[in-house]
Design a protein around this ligand. Structure first.
Ligand SMILES: [Zn+2]
Length: 146
């Protein structure tokens, strides 16, 4: 009889610290769904999560609405150095942090992968995927579409 042991290295990067307001977002991410708040009164997306609509001030007509996950690079920066207290990122550099504009309109900061740092460009089409970094958290990230 043999025993298979799986050793997994603990995730050493920063993790979300959900609040009452942001917990639904992270719970949907865990289910591999990208959802953001949407105001039914003024038909506006709300990002980041808030207790009321920043456009009309209503707090009772907000729902968590699913997004397609398709978008494009609105802007980006390339991370080439890590600060001393985050050595977990050392093996990742250089990497791309993008401001992704989703097809539905809202913009979200995240990693952009699937493209070399010297090839990424504003306007590149990207699509959502989830990185299951711990049993509790799946992080929304974007990959360049071919
Ligand atoms: Zn509103």
């Amino acid at each position: 009889m043999s025993t298979i042991t799986t050793q997994t290295k603990p995730y050493e990067k920063f993790l979300p610290e959900p609040t009452q307001l942001t917990k639904p977002f992270w719970d949907y991410c865990k289910s591999h769904e990208l959802r953001m708040q949407y105001c039914l009164m003024c038909s506006e997306w709300i990002w980041y999560p808030r207790a009321w609509c920043p456009n009309c001030g209503k707090r009772d007509k907000i729902e968590w609405r699913k997004l397609s996950g398709n978008g494009h690079v609105y802007s980006f920066t390339i991370i080439r150095h890590v600060i001393d207290n985050s050595p977990a990122f050392q093996n990742d550099i250089p990497f791309i942090i993008g401001l992704v504009e989703l097809d539905e309109g809202p913009r979200i900061y995240s990693n952009v992968t699937g493209v070399a740092v010297d090839k990424v460009a504003i306007g590149d089409a990207v699509t959502l995927y989830f990185d299951d970094v711990t049993p509790e958290f799946s992080l929304p990230k974007f990959k360049k579409t071919q």
